[in-house]
Design a protein around this ligand. Structure first.
Ligand code: GLC
Length: 432
């Protein structure tokens, strides 16, 4: 074990990661592996800058992301601010330029990610010591943030009222075992269109398989052939799954927006958003699976619940779900985090499909630990919240700001120098 650094040292090393990953428009998730702005990473990254007292940078991250919003309210999962050969599939593969309705510059993908930046905006608003700036920045962002939530509720409303993801990448938990069955039913792009760059820096054993990548590209091909019509993707995509993780983040986003709209005296907007929050919350609760005792993904194409219990289900805590269910989820999070106490695994360690090193099939992520801990704190389980904070602190102090960690011993795996691992260390673990 490395010597445990003080909070001050930990903050300094985390700050260095954000500084190194800052680009002209936004902070990228990791140099090399992810050289653009990613949607849900933007939330934690903004919080990290705020924790450093860099409020203008914090607000600018959100402004940049929302400046790439499409007229429908859709927010893309990647904004390709600067050309970079380090990532596949880049802008040419997406070809969203000819989409309907036409997106504004810059180039973006045509799928979305969970609206975590909405809650980050609300958190910045609450914490920014310069109240004038807080009101000005949030006031300017509020119409875009609520258009995002409205779009989700309109264009992505699934049969249970939960949010439909039309691509595994939209969930943020790309190769979760929950997607195995629905993904297998999607078309395969031919191998020659694949130009994987990820496996040149990260061991292939820690990444999705090439067959999964062929399916990922196959879905992109279908959505592209439909002209990136963001109003109807849930109808045309070969992959359509109501995702409890995405839905939980959307519930919390809507709740948070209600609060900030009220704080800005925008009562009409607040009332509308209350209805959206209720719709989303009902959708989340409808995904509860009695047998598995978790919020569970629902495959819209096949018409059935799919997959094992995963971190997506645990995210119900983040949403402030039903208290009896929150207690069940908290007990599960505790069980998955033991032993040796590295943190919450991304899927059920006892279920088929678990793999301790393969990305979202088992490894521990700082983001997931934080979503669960913060949810536990709010649902009245400060013990779990503190346990996760302490274990995550030990993890980053020992292994650095990795993309994810082996739950068996805390080894850092995937990419390194990761922005959201560093940012959440600043915001959550080692606040100055
Ligand atoms: C990977 C993750 C996704 C994240 C992105 C950038 O694609 O699966 O959740 O947003 O990397 O960090």
């Amino acid at each position: 074990m490395a010597e445990d650094p003080s909070d001050r040292e930990l903050r300094a090393t985390a700050a260095a990661v954000l500084v190194a990953n800052r680009r002209a428009h936004a902070t990228v998730p990791a140099p090399g592996l992810y050289p653009y702005q990613w949607c849900w990473d933007t939330g934690p990254i903004a919080l990290g800058w705020a924790a450093l007292g860099e409020w203008d940078q914090a607000w600018a991250e959100l402004r940049s992301l929302l400046s790439a919003q499409w007229p429908t309210g859709f927010v893309p999962h990647i904004v390709f601010w600067e050309p970079d050969d380090g990532y596949f599939p880049g802008p040419a593969v997406w070809g969203t330029g000819g989409g309907a309705p036409p997106p504004p510059a810059p180039q973006t993908t045509g799928i979305t990610q969970p609206p975590l930046p909405v809650s980050a905006a609300a958190a910045l608003f609450a914490a920014d010591p310069d109240r004038l700036r807080a009101r000005r920045e949030l006031g300017a962002l509020l119409p875009s943030l609520s258009a995002w939530v409205e779009w989700l509720c309109r264009a992505r409303r699934g049969p249970h009222g939960a949010v439909v993801a039309v691509h595994p990448w939209e969930t943020g938990m790309d190769n979760s075992p929950a997607w195995d069955e629905p993904l297998a039913e999607t078309p395969l792009a031919t191998n020659d269109v694949l130009e994987r760059r990820d496996t040149s820096t990260v061991s292939a054993a820690q990444r999705p398989t090439s067959v999964e990548y062929q399916h990922y590209l196959g879905i992109v091909g279908v959505l592209r052939s439909h002209g990136w019509d963001t109003e109807h993707q849930a109808e045309v995509s070969p992959f359509a799954v109501e995702d409890p993780g995405f839905t939980a983040i959307a519930v919390r986003a809507a709740d948070d927006l209600v609060e900030v709209a009220r704080a800005l005296d925008d009562t009409e907007r607040a009332d509308r958003l209350v209805a959206r929050a209720e719709q989303l919350r009902a959708g989340l609760e409808a995904l509860w699976d009695e047998e598995l005792q978790t919020y569970r993904a629902y495959d819209v194409r096949a018409g059935r619940p799919v997959g094992p219990a995963t971190a997506g289900g645990l995210a119900g805590l983040w949403a402030g779900c039903r208290p009896d269910r929150a207690a069940v989820l908290a007990a599960r999070a505790r069980a998955w985090a033991q032993p040796p106490g590295v943190g919450v695994t991304t899927s059920d360690p006892g279920a088929d499909g678990f793999d301790p090193v393969r990305y979202w099939r088992g490894p521990v992520w700082v983001l997931v630990n934080w979503l669960v801990a913060e949810g536990a704190r709010r649902s009245g389980d400060p013990g779990l919240a503190e346990h996760l904070r302490a274990t995550t602190r030990a993890l980053v102090a020992d292994a650095g700001f990795s993309e994810y960690y082996d739950p068996r011993d805390g080894t850092g795996i995937g990419g390194s120098g990761f922005s959201w691992s560093a940012a959440l260390t600043l915001w959550w673990i080692a606040r100055g």
